[in-house]
Design a protein. Structure first.
Length: 390
């Protein structure tokens, strides 16, 4: 269905420029039979913000976006765009998608193949019976915004994938909507083009005053594009924050694992937040304890981002927070080495720069700066992937 692929609509005067609207999602639930695809989520998106829903496949991102767009009706909860309640289950209110003043761009660009670029972009305006002279100006402006000035007369099938996606963007922007919804819009493009389009999207967002709600499972896209990110898991929001906040201070073990790499070391909580490493009675680690309910004797998982870890070939003097490791296997992978290493009695994969090369049987002394260490409860073991890396 074309309308669900790309759509623009508006209820304000066509000639007024769009201004980014606040979007408030309150207590939103969507059940599909017994399954909660979206399970009581609350998100408050600022006017003009680039806000990303990030999470693995099936976590409820698309369903959430479709409820904002009015393509799906919530089971519970409400959504407000600007000052307008667009859906409220308790008040039995539902505003039709075309009255919500938003644009949508989805993974498949769904341009009409029998139309030129101009006609594709003009279509939503024609539907709204906008004057011909005005249509021409607005289409030119929208094409200019997406870097396709002068492409109007091109038949749309003669465009590359990246150009087609830009036309879809122009078609969503031509109405100057208050909110733009984007569901994995770059995932059909090849890797190089994705990087270029990522930059263009970011620049576009700075030029056009529109609130963008962006859905992706790609953490690099989320980190590089967003003002803020909501990390979703099984219909829930695990954390909302700036890219730096969610990467550097993950609120949950899931957030720690989903975003970036993690090296995890098993241990036991000792007094004053110090952890003794499992299978290595001499090593002690200290860090930020993420779970306040942890007590002495509890099993824990010490987590660190690999880029914060420092490797030494000998025990460094005057440095705390060092773990011993033994190299079991070394693999050269171009710009770095991958080591299979024994830490305590566990096996972990560790990447290190090629500047120092370690061989099988070599000792490694891994320094975990205290400020970079997070201590999670034992339940995190089931979540953090590198734990299972043997
Ligand atoms: N129309 C539908 N009918 C039944 N189940 C659905 C429907 N749409 C989505 N789901 C289920 O809801 C969950 C969330 O899906 P979705 O929002 O598409 O996730 P995401 O976009 O994060 O991959 C999944 O378990 C999915 O199978
Ligand atoms: Mg999806």
């Amino acid at each position: 269905m074309v309308e669900s692929q790309t759509m623009t609509a508006g209820n304000s005067s066509v000639s007024s420029r769009g201004t980014g609207a606040r979007v408030q999602i309150s207590n939103l639930v969507k059940m599909f039979g017994p399954v909660a695809a979206v399970d009581h989520i609350n998100i408050d998106i600022e006017p003009g913000e680039f806000f990303t829903l990030l999470g693995p496949s099936g976590c409820g991102k698309t369903t959430t976006l479709r409820m904002v767009g009015g393509l799906e009706k919530p089971t519970e909860g409400s959504i407000t765009i600007g000052d307008d309640v667009v859906v409220s289950v308790s008040d039995r209110k539902f505003v039709q998608p075309e009255k919500r003043d938003l644009g949508m761009v989805f993974q498949s660009y769904a341009l009409w193949p029998h139309m030129t670029v101009f006609e594709n972009v003009a279509y939503p305006l024609k539907m709204r019976k906008v004057k011909k002279s005005e249509i021409s100006d607005r289409v030119s402006e929208a094409l200019r915004q997406v870097g396709l000035a002068g492409f109007g007369q091109r038949p749309s099938p003669l465009l590359s994938g990246g150009q087609q996606q830009r036309v879809a963007l122009a078609r969503a922007l031509v109405y100057s909507p208050r909110v733009l919804l984007l569901d994995e819009p770059l995932s059909n493009l090849d890797a190089k083009l994705r990087v270029t389009m990522r930059q263009e999207l970011r620049e576009l967002q700075e030029r056009v005053d529109v609130t963008m709600i962006y859905v992706t499972h790609d953490q690099v896209e989320a980190l590089s594009l967003s003002d803020r990110i909501a990390i979703m898991n099984s219909g829930n929001v695990e954390q909302i924050g700036t890219p730096q906040e969610v990467y550097l201070n993950p609120a949950t073990a899931f957030a720690q694992d989903f975003l970036g790499q993690t090296i995890g070391v098993l241990g036991t909580m000792e007094d004053d937040g110090v952890v003794s490493v499992k299978g290595d009675s001499e090593s002690r680690l200290k860090g930020t304890v993420a779970d306040a309910s942890l007590r002495k004797g509890d099993a824990v998982l010490v987590a660190i981002r690999p880029e914060r870890m420092l490797a030494h070939s000998q025990m460094p003097t005057g440095v705390a927070n060092v773990v011993r490791a033994k190299v079991m296997e070394a693999t050269f992978v171009g710009d770095h080495y991958e080591y299979k290493a024994e830490i305590g009695d566990e096996i972990r994969m560790i990447s290190l720069p090629s500047t120092t090369v370690y061989g099988e049987g070599d000792n490694l002394f891994l320094e975990f700066p205290e400020s970079a260490v997070v201590v999670w409860g034992a339940a995190a073991q089931a979540v953090i992937a590198n734990i299972r890396a043997d």
